[in-house]
Write a protein that binds this ligand. Sequence first.
Ligand code: 3Y8
Ligand code: NAP
Length: 257
Amino acid sequence: MVEPPPLRTLILGGTTEASALARLLAGDARFAPILSFAGRTLAPVPPPIPHRLGGFGGAAGLAAYLRAERLAALVDATHPFAVRISANAEAAAGATGIPRLVLRRPGWTAIPGDDWRRVDTVAEAAETLGADPRRVFLTIGRQDLLPFRAAPQHSYLLRSVDPPDPALVPPRATAIAARGPFSEAAERALMAGHAIELVVTKNSGGDDAKLRAARALGLPVIIVDRPPMPSGETVADAPAALAWLLAHHAAADPRGV
Ligand code: 3Y8
Ligand code: NAP
């Protein structure tokens, strides 16, 4: 029997799950994968498979890229809050007929004893902090800081991978640059050391050390709910995405057409 050719696969990444899938595909002759980053961080961790950096130019640009690179499968493994690229992936897969899989980990859920205040947007999180000055740990990165400038009575501990734009930073703020994952012990020490009273996070899912630390310290958490999921076939982890890709590889025409 003739082996089907390597399945040319684009992974839209920038997440733990995309990196895990890249590790599963590395060195596997059945696949010819490319991992795509937006290029947001100054020094992305180099993956063990070929990668590219930067936007495609909207849904039309992504469709043109899929055709030009003769891609046969698309895995949208982007972050649950990265809604534009997911919408573009859906549109580009529709326009080209290329099979698309959404790889998205489940969100976090509160357990008894947690003090969660769920909000729909980061702006609502800023309003929910209230009128009285509080010591707030912002764990939402650096793109969405502007709403907190409108709540300058609070003091903030900001964490992001690269330093934030000073124009977005509220007046009473300490910025720390750090790249996860974090341990619960380190998160607790950080929150206790800064006398944090409230934690703000997106419901990103995945490693929950900061939530366990907040729970242990009895701190309330303002949590931004996820935007709606992209439609289409969805799996929750990298092994399930590999199984989907294997099925598409096995079904591919051995002549590579
Ligand atoms: C460039 C790739 C891996 C992936 C690691 C995940 C987990 C650790 C937790 C906190 C929360 C935050 C932020 C966060 C986490 C993972 C994952 C994750 C949150 C890298 C990465 C890229 C990015 C982009 C970056 C954003 C930022 C968000 C920091 C690499 C490190 C806050 C999300 O302009 C910017 O600087 C934008 C940065 C989008 C949100 C923001 O507004 O700052 N992630 N994160 C991707 C690309 O260019 O395509 O640099 O190597 C990946 C990871 N970040 O390799 O195992 O799977 O999400 N990332 C949030 O969840 O709220 C930190 O501090 O507690
Ligand atoms: P976004 O708002 O959905 O996307 C904005 C634009 O960035 C897209 O239209 C696209 O540009 C480009 N882009 C986004 N992801 C890309 C990718 N993986 N490869 C190539 N181009 C990409 O996205 P975002 O929220 O800024 O997230 C950017 C990246 O960081 C993604 O890879 C995402 O997985 C990762 N990330 C985001 C978060 C978060 O909190 N949002 C957290 C962790 C990791 P064009 O239209 O020009 O193609």
